[in-house]
Design a protein around this ligand. Sequence first.
Ligand code: NAP
Length: 244
Amino acid sequence: MAALHGKTAIVSGASSGIGEATAQALLAEGAQVAAGSRHPDRLPDGVLAHALDVTDPESCECFVAAAVDGLGGLDILVNNAGMALGRDPFWESSEEDERAVLETNVNGLIRMTRLCLPHIRDGGHIVNMGSIAGRQAYEKAALYVTAKFAVRGFTYALREDLLGRPIRLTTVDPGLVETNFSAVRFRGDEEAARKVYENVEALTPEDIAECVVFALTRPPHVNVDELVVKALAQSSAARIVRNA
Ligand code: NAP
């Protein structure tokens, strides 16, 4: 039998990249999946698709109510929605970008967790999509680094609060994954985005989805606190060996 048969899951930011691959992997393991993003028409086939903007409290409330209703209860929350803006020194930062990056990656993730937690059944599991940016700083990424360090801090603080309750909690911290992430970061500059993945074998969204499934499918007494996954050709966000 599929490992997640009978389980229900929410995946935020499932219209592309890691979230899309994760939603598909959970479906393949037999889970029922509700997925959200600002472009619900881009969500994968087979999910309960709803509009979700994690930066908007009302959107989150409506999404969680509709998802829990449609699923008939909740076992798994994958907080995946996230993004970075720009690769500039901090002094080039703007109020608007700071708010967008922190609202999406930090407040959005915390908000979704707060709204979903009351619905998560015993035996449930929360997976936060962190990053190696949340473990080691790199240049020209101050806000994204700040946001992902916050995700890591929140994950461990929540782990303390959940201790003694039958709800597991994992942060998955990927390195270089080839997705739409860089196109968003470089505000649609496809050439700049392409260069990020040039001459290097990056991770695929499916590689990360497999890690999520791994954490979810351990025996109930096993909590995988964190999974750090890098491309073989990188040792940090800053050090990547490229061919040619
Ligand atoms: P992606 O392909 O750009 O996907 C990002 C997803 O987040 C999209 O589905 C997007 O959907 C959604 N999203 C963005 N803002 C949102 C909002 N306000 N409300 C709801 N959904 C929102 O990038 P990705 O690489 O898969 O990123 C997924 C996660 O992995 C992020 O948390 C990212 O920080 C993390 N990560 C990525 C890498 C990497 O190298 N790619 C490495 C480490 C960690 P809509 O635009 O349709 O709303």
